[in-house]
Design a protein around this ligand. Structure first.
Ligand code: PEP
Length: 249
């Protein structure tokens, strides 16, 4: 059985000082080992401080992005080795905000995924359609292409990734995909993963849902066959609401 994984994407929020407080509250609430795997993804500037808080606890640390090269002249960028050294075990890659505002393509995402895996990080690979694409019945086409190109060529390492299905129209908008809408796309993603890596391997890959997940809508979403957790934005900035989702598992 796949373990559910709840990850908080803090985005460009929280100073290191504020991050420590939030991480301490989440760690304390996770002291009774939760059923779900819990991951917090603060901004780069807070990773070291949060690492000090969660080390040795049930809470894992993740970053929100990284570069695909190991090192070099890439001003302002951060490498996989730097994240590992800070205690990260996860990294979010291909978030729709990175695709929209920073021009990340499936090819870039694929390079990053390969670099993350080679370094020993678990990539949380984000995919999802825009509202216009959904209205034009392009969801299946868009998400399939993001999967097929974004996680191409991984071989057996495909089994080490986490996928996050995040309909762009549901991120930070208060709109949530219905459990049935989400399940349909999750099943499609698992089908694509099956084509890439075989059924046995695809069955082991966690597929998170992301898009205005909150404590009140989490139970129904998380009860769907192919929804294996959540990637949480807004509700992850408050320990009570984040733990409300963790405890919905
Ligand atoms: C996200 O950005 O990954 C996200 C799911 O945000 P929110 O929960 O705020 O919709």
């Amino acid at each position: 059985m796949r373990q559910k994984i709840i990850a908080g994407n803090w985005k460009m929020n929280k100073t290191p000082g504020e991050s420590v407080g939030l991480a301490q509250a989440i760690k304390a609430a996770c002291a009774k080992v939760p059923k779900a795997k819990v991951v917090v993804c603060p901004p780069f500037t807070a990773l070291a401080a949060v690492s000090g808080v969660v080390r040795g606890s049930a809470v894992a640390l993740g970053a929100q992005n990284m570069h695909w090269e190991k090192s070099g002249a890439y001003t302002g960028e951060v490498s996989a080795a730097m994240l590992l050294d800070l205690g990260c075990s996860y990294v979010i890659l291909g978030h729709s905000e990175r695709r929209t505002y920073f021009g990340e393509t499936d090819e870039i995402v694929n390079r990053k995924v390969k670099t993350a895996l080679a370094a020993g990080l678990i990539p949380i690979v984000c995919v999802g359609e825009t509202l216009a694409q959904r209205k034009e019945s392009q969801t299946e086409f868009v998400v399939s292409a993001q999967i097929v190109h974004g996680v191409a060529g991984l071989g057996a390492d495909l089994g080490r990734i986490v996928v996050a299905y995040e309909p762009v129209w549901a991120i930070g908008t208060g709109l949530t995909a219905t459990p049935a809408q989400a399940q349909a796309v999750h099943a499609l993603i698992r089908g694509k993963l099956t084509e890439l890596g075989g059924a046995a391997l695809a069955q082991t890959i966690a597929i998170q849902y992301g898009g205005s997940m909150k404590p009140d809508n989490a139970p129904e979403l998380l009860s769907q066959t192919d929804i294996d957790g959540g990637l949480i934005g807004g509700a992850a900035l408050d320990a009570v609401s984040f733990m409300g989702i963790v405890n919905a598992v």
